[in-house]
Ligand binder design. Structure first.
Ligand SMILES: Nc1nc2c(ncn2[C@@H]2O[C@H](COP(=O)(O)OP(=O)(O)OP(=O)(O)O)[C@@H](O)[C@H]2O)c(=O)[nH]1
Length: 314
């Protein structure tokens, strides 16, 4: 049981989420300390040979597991109503289990209120947890609706770039803000690539508009060819492209970026011999609280830095 819980913790733990819940960690620490102090204040320590070790093991296990659930909840969820309900529901259950465990070590006077009170938090916790689970269900229904809407938008080609046939920058901006809203609900990370062609201005002047349009089409096809089914590609502006990678962390995005840059050089080999195209780019993974505008600004800043270093290297 503990092993499974540890796996669960390892898989879902996210320090950035935990930082959002500092007040909850303080409440948790204070409640546990107060319960321990209260129990020591009201009770008298039992001699060790009066301990019922089977009960200690069973009740201790439940106490530890409810505590692990609490911590896992705080490490794996963003702030919100469901998280607050889950926290207080689990906290009440945990304190009830703790009180139950403590009476294995402390003897309370027969009329002490603590002995009658100890099971009440568990019932209260279960009621709160039931409300939390229902709210979680509603949240999931909302996420599913957003997913369906996103799919419908992906299929809508009305906002296309007429030179390359890719989606336009306007469309990408819409999709990015939807993706941000979705990720705030689903907690799934996503990444965005921005690619730019090296010295396209010079090439454009040398080969003219029609041939350079053909280059843009070749590059667009190459990016589309290398993108996965769930990715969304667009021509963002002149020789600049964006690829939205849902459910993708930074390391995978970096691999995709390198792969696409490498492929562009190969894809454009079908062009006349004197035309060679090279690309450079950058990858950004959405971080909690970041808006789609901030994400695009970050991409543009990073690509400008790359542009400087590419120019210096040339
Ligand atoms: N063929 C064609 N060219 C375009 C189109 N839109 C913009 N351009 C050209 O794309 C070029 C973009 O130039 P820059 O933004 O300076 O890019 P660059 O020369 O690649 O600069 P670096 O990224 O530093 O290498 C300009 O010459 C534009 O005229 C288009 O729809 N078709």
């Amino acid at each position: 049981m503990i092993g499974v819980t540890c796996l669960y913790l390892g898989f879902f733990m996210n320090r950035r989420f935990a930082m959002l819940h500092r007040p909850f960690f303080v409440i948790l620490a204070c409640s546990i300390s107060a319960t321990l102090a209260l129990s020591a204040f009201l009770g008298q320590a039992k001699p060790v040979d009066h301990f019922d070790w089977i009960d200690v093991l069973g009740e201790g296990g439940m106490t530890v597991v409810t505590l692990l659930w609490l911590v896992a909840t705080l490490f794996s969820r963003l702030k919100g109503r469901v998280t607050t309900l889950l926290f207080f529901g689990l906290l009440a259950m945990h304190l009830s289990m703790l009180l139950d465990l403590l009476d294995e070590f402390w003897l309370y006077p027969s009329n002490a209120w603590i002995t009658t009170f100890e099971s009440i938090p568990a019932t209260l916790g279960m009621v709160i947890m039931s409300v939390a689970l229902y709210q979680w269900h509603l949240e999931q229904v909302n996420v599913n609706e957003q997913l369906q809407q996103r799919e419908r938008f992906y299929r809508d080609h009305s906002l296309s770039d007429f030179v390359t046939g890719l989606h336009s920058g306007v469309y990408m901006k819409q999709q990015l803000s939807r993706e941000v809203a979705l990720s705030e609900y689903s907690h799934q990370p996503f990444s965005v690539l921005m690619l730019d062609l090296k010295k396209f201005d010079r090439l454009h002047q040398r080969i003219g508009l029609v041939a350079s349009d053909q280059v843009l089409r070749e590059v667009a096809q190459c990016i589309e060819f290398n993108a996965r089914q769930q990715d969304l590609t667009c021509r963002f502006a002149s020789d600049r492209f964006i690829v939205l990678l849902p459910n993708t962390q930074q390391p995978a995005a970096n691999v995709m970026l390198r792969h696409i840059i490498h492929s562009i050089e190969h894809c454009t080999r079908s062009l006349p011999r004197d035309i060679s195209v090279q690309a450079y780019g950058t990858a950004v993974t959405w971080s909690i609280g970041q808006s789609s505008e901030q994400l695009i600004t970050q991409l543009c800043q990073q690509i400008e830095q790359q542009k400087q270093s590419v120019s210096v290297a040339a």
